[in-house]
Design a protein around this ligand. Structure first.
Ligand code: MTE
Ligand code: HPA
Ligand code: MOS
Length: 771
């Protein structure tokens, strides 16, 4: 391979750092007669909208118009799965929900006018937590169930057991670029929409639905996103629909670009989860029975909550064999923003549950947590609780033993023990946790992708595919794939903006499957073109087509490289011979299937693996802590692009650390989201990054049946951060004298402080009892 596997910089790195990379908002200065829309947001979590009065706003200078339900020519709904998200609601379902919009010549004028819109509400009682939803029987859908063996019987027979629960708070995406869309009317009723969306096809669909027009009238383009993390998988559609509606009504371009506070108060987050578990296990720490109830907070509408819950249920095994298990999942309906996709898509919550359970087993048995983990690992021949064989189970143990050595695990553990003996008020701890993450959309039909490659007469190439770029480096990888598939240097290739009129009917760029799916589609398109060109070259060189080589922009018969001619020469020749110089490519993931009735199947093409060792130090007076060192070993197969993959592993891990430690979502008693900016919502920064941060990609790990032997990388490393939570828990334990350590999630310094208080009072109670 010439280009695939090279450690290249992100294809837009220079544009990013010089400020030349274009985002939706940058188009404002290039768009004549542009107007801006501003929302009128509900001050109630649940209320009937009695009236909306625009009279004080409508006639202000610079105001072009106001938008209400009556302006919708099509369907007043933007729900991506279920149609349960009115664009203009008669009943508001969360605090901050937009009820109307004002459009003006500037954002500032639109804001001033929106403040003058008078909305009368009749407040209604609101359901504001999972517990309240469960009590009120408020759910979006019937229970889902996965089951194997006889967990009730196994629980009754187990030597040891416990029950407990864990609440896991959600997470704000905090993509740097807030939600944005720009709609530009075209002739004949057409509309061009620039959208910061992971899913241009669905954005097109929703815009067409709201306008009541056929999809061929709507073109959606995504040049790039300034981050998305799942937050723009479905939740970009609303803003595109508002911009579209306003631009059609006013006959001019309209932009919607949310402020940070608007974005944080109007868009969904990672789902908060509540798990209630009953666990049975042997005295050696082998898990024998798990009965788990999983409740997710779906918020006011269904959105992607069903597949998110499904992925959580698929991942409650992480790397461990669950011989007797039942997991029952429910999506709660609450009066909150609609929670949505977020890196890991429910997987992290499912995996956190089992790691919590294993740690409790370890502490109840007074075994080292990593020993209990090892004893429960999948072995070759095992299948998951949903019937998928874990074909590469030995990879878990390979990664585990490699990282134990490279992180110097045993020696550091001993050193930490002596540190802790010497320091009554500061405690350190080390924890190691594994990751197994299923790759494929669990909604099987989404696992398809298309590409369109265009060769111009000078031999330069445009690459189009259905995936979107959000910083993850998909376009970089796709250029690398195209370069090697065509035999061209990168300089001959240009990647184009993602557009619904180039590649139609695409899936979201999500489930980490972007490069697997689009890479295979691009490769197919390139191979079609290469085949055609080789036939032209075969005639030219009087050699068999099979003997023609295209390498780094030169074309020659394999035995006679000295006869080589330029790629553009053969392209020119092909044109003269009337050979088409553009081709589409298509890919669908083979073999995957899942039966929702039986809860059995092989929903994933393969698993991505990793493991992490994290070391923390806690101050026992305050609960403040530091992450001292993290060692990550992650399996990306044969990396398409090692620098990009390294960035994904580092970034995913730190994002996971934020979720599990400092980032705390807070809603107040009236349902308002109060942590509405980085001053109150503590994001991980450079200060939270460990001073020693060793990141390695597993070597010699080619994955058969995936483009160039690579593996998906976008989401799995996030879950390596569970090692940090477990290290914190182990350090808390060091302040006590054994027993289970209850630790809230996120484990903020405050939560850690209270956890320390609990283990300290348990220790005192024990020593008093001993006296
Ligand atoms: N990396 C960056 N820099 N920005 C992002 O928004 N999103 C993540 C991950 N890595 C994201 C990211 C999520 S949620 C997914 S599903 C994948 O990228 C999507 O891209 P891929 O399928 O090309 O990996
Ligand atoms: N991951 C991400 N997005 C999705 C999935 C999935 O498994 N299924 C549907 N949308
Ligand atoms: Mo990623 S949560 O699948 O967009």
């Amino acid at each position: 391979m010439k280009v695939v596997g090279k450690a290249l910089s992100h294809e837009s790195a220079t544009l990013h750092v010089t400020g030349q990379a274009t985002y939706v908002e940058d188009l404002a200065t290039r768009t004549a007669r542009l107007a801006f829309a501003w929302p009128v947001q509900s001050p109630h979590a649940h209320a009937r909208v009695l009236s909306v009065d625009f009279s004080q706003a409508r006639d202000l200078p610079g105001v072009f118009g106001c938008l209400a339900a009556a302006d919708v020519p099509g369907e007043n709904d933007v729900g991506p799965v279920r149609h349960d998200e009115p664009l203009f609601p008669e009943e508001v379902s969360f605090h901050g929900q937009p009820v109307a919009w004002v459009v003006a010549s500037s954002s500032e004028l639109a804001r001033l006018a929106a403040e003058r819109v008078v909305v009368r509400y009749e407040p209604l009682p609101a359901i504001q937590s999972i517990a309240a939803a469960v009590a009120a029987d408020s759910f979006h859908a019937p229970a889902e169930r996965l089951r194997r063996g006889d967990p009730e019987q196994a629980l009754a027979a187990a030597a040891q057991r416990f029950e407990g629960e864990l609440f896991i708070n959600g997470q704000e995406h905090f993509y740097l670029e807030t939600q944005a869309a720009l709609a530009v009317p075209e002739e004949g009723g057409g509309l061009f929409v620039h959208s910061s969306t992971q899913h241009p096809t669905e954005t097109q669909e929703v815009v067409a639905r709201v306008l009541g027009v056929a999809k061929h009238l709507v073109t959606v383009q995504c040049l790039r996103m300034g981050g998305a993390f799942g937050g723009k998988e479905t939740q970009a559609n609303t803003w595109a629909a508002v911009a579209a509606l306003a631009s059609v009504k006013l006959g001019r371009p309209v932009m919607v670009r949310l402020t940070r506070a608007q974005d944080m108060s109007m868009t969904g987050k990672r789902h908060p989860f509540l798990g209630r578990f009953r666990v049975g296990f042997s005295v050696e720490g082998q898990l024998q029975a798990l009965l788990l109830e999983l409740f997710s907070d779906g918020g006011y509408s269904l959105d992607l909550s069903a597949p998110v819950l499904g992925r959580a249920m698929f991942h409650i095994d992480n790397c461990y064999l669950l011989p007797n298990v039942e997991v029952v999942g429910r999506v709660c309906r609450t009066h909150a923003v609609s929670h949505t996709a977020f890196r890991g898509f429910g997987g992290p919550q499912g995996m956190l549950m089992i790691e919590e359970v294993l740690d409790r087993i370890a502490r109840q048995l007074e075994l080292a947590p990593e020993v209990v983990r090892e004893r429960n690992f999948y072995r070759p021949g095992d299948t998951t609780h949903y019937g998928q064989p874990v074909r590469d189970a030995e990879r878990i143990t390979r990664i585990w033993s490699e990282i134990k050595v490279s992180s110097d695990f045993e020696r550091r553990r001993a050193a930490i023990e002596s540190f802790n003996e010497a320091h009554p008020h500061d405690k350190r701890a080390l924890a190691i946790t594994p990751v197994k993450f299923g790759i494929s959309f669990t909604t099987t039909f989404f696992n398809q992708a298309g590409a369109l490659d265009i060769i111009y007469k000078d031999g330069s190439v445009q690459v189009n595919h259905g995936g979107t770029e959000m910083g993850q480096g998909l376009h970089t990888k796709m250029l690398q794939v195209a370069a090697d598939s065509l035999g061209l240097p990168l300089s001959a290739l240009r990647i184009m903006a993602t557009r619904t009129d180039k590649v139609p009917n695409t899936s979201a760029t999500a489930a980490s499957a972007g490069s697997d799916l689009n890479g295979a589609a691009i490769k197919a398109a390139c191979e079609t073109l290469k085949e055609r060109l080789c036939e032209v070259a075969a005639r030219y060189f009087h050699a068999p087509a099979a003997d023609i080589v295209i390498d780094t922009g030169r074309v020659f018969p394999v035995e006679k490289p000295e006869l080589g001619i330029g790629f553009s020469d053969i392209v020119q020749q092909a044109y003269l011979e009337r050979v088409p110089l553009f081709a589409t490519g298509y890919y669908k993931t083979p073999k995957i299937h899942f039966n929702r009735e039986t809860g059995q199947g092989e929903p994933f093409h393969y698993f991505a693996y990793g493991a992490a060792v994290s070391e923390v130090e806690i101050d026992g007076f305050t609960g403040q802590y530091r992450l001292l060192r993290a060692d990550l070993l992650h399996d990306v197969g044969d990396s398409l692009s090692p620098l990009v993959d390294r960035g994904q592993v580092e970034g995913g891990f730190i994002q996971g650390v934020g979720w599990l430690t400092t980032e705390e979502l807070v809603w107040n008693e009236s349902g308002a989201f109060v942590t509405r900016g980085p001053s109150t919502y503590k994001l991980p920064t450079l200060g939270e990054c460990p001073p020693v941060f060793n990141v390695a990609l597993l070597q010699k790990a080619a994955e058969p049946g995936v483009v160039y032997g690579s593996k998906a990388v976008g989401e799995p490393p996030l879950m390596l951060a569970i090692s940090v939570r477990e290290a914190l828990r182990a350090a808390v334990a060091a302040f006590g004298a054994g027993g289970v350590v209850e630790l809230a999630s996120p484990a903020t310094p405050e939560a850690v402080f209270w956890a320390i208080e609990r283990v300290r009072s348990a220790r005192k109670a024990r020593s008093r009892a001993a006296e």
